[in-house]
Design a protein around this ligand. Structure first.
Ligand code: URA
Length: 237
C-alpha cells in the first residue's frame, strides 16, 4: 500500500464512523494454511459442514479475477447457480452483470463474485423456493468467504443485500439503513447496496430501487477514482 492509499484509507475510516454500526469483527478464517483460491475451492467442493450439503447439486464457490480490486458478495446460490455451479447467472445475475459492465465499465471477468454461503438454501429444504441462509449456515460457511477475501485482497467490496452486509459489518441493521455510505472491513472499503433479486422483485426492470443502486455505484466509481483503480473496459484486460 503506498502512502497516498494509506492516508486516504485512514481519512475515509474517520469519515465513515457511524454510531449505529457496531465495531466490525475482524474475523479470522480457519483456512490460514490455504494459500490459493483453487486449493480453497477444492476443500469447499467437499464441504459437509451444514445441512445445505444434503440438497445441493453443486457447490458455488465463486468466480472471477483472483486479483480483483472489486469484489461483489451476494447471499447464496439460487436454482440456476446450483445447477451450473456458477454465481449470479440467473435473472438477478444478468442484472448484476449489467451493473458491473454498463455502470462501472468493468468486464465481469475482472471482478470477483462470491456469496456468503456456497450452497443453495431453500424453504424447508425442498429445492423449490429460495430463502436467505440461516445463522448456522452462515457460521459454517463464512470461513471460506473470509479466506477468499484474504487471498483476493480486493480494495472495494460491494455487498448485495442483508446477509453479506450484516456479516461483514457485524450489525443487525438492514440494507435500507446502511446503503448510501462507505464502511470498512479490515482495510477494505465496503459499499452496501440492494440485492439485484430484491430490485427485480420490487418493480422488475422499472424498479424505483434501480436509482438507489446507481447512487451506490456512483460511490464505488468515486472510490475507484480516489484509490486509482483502473476502470477496465469490456474485453480490455
Ligand atoms: N443470489 C445470490 O445471492 N447469489 C447468487 O449467486 C445468485 C442469486
Amino acid at each position: 500500500m503506498d502512502l497516498f492509499e494509506y492516508a486516504y484509507k485512514n481519512q475515509k475510516k474517520e469519515e465513515s464512523i457511524n454510531p449505529n454500526i457496531e465495531k466490525p469483527l475482524w474475523k479470522n478464517s480457519q483456512y490460514d494454511f490455504v494459500s490459493t483460491l483453487e486449493e480453497l475451492k477444492q476443500i469447499a467442493l467437499e464441504c459437509r459442514k451444514c445441512k445445505l450439503c444434503l440438497t445441493r447439486k453443486n457447490v458455488v464457490f465463486g468466480e472471477g479475477n483472483p486479483n480483483a480490486d472489486l469484489m461483489f458478495i451476494g447471499e447464496g446460490p439460487g436454482k440456476t447457480e446450483d445447477e451450473t455451479g456458477r454465481p449470479f447467472v440467473g435473472l438477478a445475475g444478468q442484472l448484476l452483470t449489467r451493473i458491473i459492465e454498463n455502470g462501472l465499465k468493468i468486464s465481469r471477468e475482472n471482478v470477483y463474485i462470491a456469496n456468503v454461503v456456497k450452497c443453495r438454501p431453500t424453504v424447508e429444504m425442498k429445492g423449490e423456493k429460495d430463502r436467505p441462509p440461516d445463522e448456522e449456515e452462515v457460521n459454517a460457511c463464512s470461513p471460506y468467504l473470509i479466506r477468499q477475501i484474504e487471498l483476493i485482497k480486493p480494495k472495494i467490496i460491494i455487498t448485495l443485500g442483508n446477509p453479506s452486509t450484516r456479516f461483514l459489518l457485524n450489525t443487525k441493521l438492514g440494507i435500507t439503513k446502511l446503503r448510501g455510505n462507505v464502511y470498512y472491513y479490515k482495510d477494505i472499503a465496503v459499499v452496501p447496496t440492494y440485492h439485484p433479486s430484491f430490485v427485480l422483485r420490487n418493480g422488475g426492470e422499472n424498479s424505483p430501487l434501480k436509482k438507489d443502486v446507481w447512487e451506490d455505484m456512483k460511490i464505488v466509481l468515486k472510490l475507484m477514482q480516489d484509490l486509482r483503480i483502473k476502470s477496465y473496459k469490456i474485453n480490455d484486460k
